[in-house]
Design a protein around this ligand. Structure first.
Ligand code: 5GP
Length: 186
């Protein structure tokens, strides 16, 4: 399975920028075509990690949902899956739904989610039983990139936890493309 084998490529940057009084660690996970998969642990104090205005909005959204973060409560994505609220669907199969983000951060910004959350409020909740669906999500991301014409350059992001600015607690992959991406990300 792609997910398990690719974990061998993980590069840990945890020693970069370490802060002595850091209190918590969270991670943003980026998959970019043409480069190694990177996991960037944040070691940080209680100060904000999101410094730009756009990131500040993202941080505010994440903090606004912090009280229900990871409780397993239903999310807006349940209504999208049930088609109770509309979404611009890019790809759908038995297990996965991909739809355009309501607040796009790139010309192409599609969210790829499992139809059955099965405890995957965050990637951090992943268990061995989730390996198959995690692979399906990555494969669906590739299908989305292909359908959107960005297969030669796209980024897949998973925000994990409040400190990584996750605001919806139903695992989702952001597929971003259609513009030049920057590195390092904010
Ligand atoms: P997160 O911040 O949790 O990584 O990403 C959640 C994403 O869901 C955000 O990019 C946000 O714009 C998107 N989002 C939130 N509510 C809706 C909605 O009702 N419809 C769609 N299409 N996207 C949404």
């Amino acid at each position: 399975m792609a997910v398990t084998s690719s974990s061998m490529l993980l590069r840990n940057f945890s020693t970069v920028g370490r802060v002595a009084q850091s209190v918590r660690v969270t991670s943003r996970i980026f998959f970019s075509t043409g480069e190694l998969i990177r996991v960037l642990p944040y070691t940080r104090s209680s100060r904000s990690i999101c410094s730009t205005r756009a990131a500040h909005n993202e941080e505010a959204a994440a903090k606004a949902t912090a009280s229900v973060a990871d409780t397993g409560a239903p999310t807006i994505f349940d209504k999208i899956i049930a088609k109770e609220i509309p979404s611009d669907i890019v790809y759908e199969d038995e297990n996965v739904l991909a739809f355009r983000d309501i607040n796009p951060q790139a010309p192409v910004h599609v969210l790829v989610i499992p139809k059955l959350r099965d405890g995957l409020t965050t990637l951090g909740k992943a268990e061995p039983r989730h390996v198959e669906v995690l692979g399906q999500l990555l494969h669906a991301s590739k299908i989305v990139a292909e359908k959107e014409g960005i297969l030669d350059g796209f980024r897949v992001v998973i925000n994990n936890g409040v400190e990584a600015c996750q605001s919806v607690y139903h695992l989702h992959l952001h597929v971003l493309g259609g513009r030049q991406m920057k590195w390092p990300p904010g």
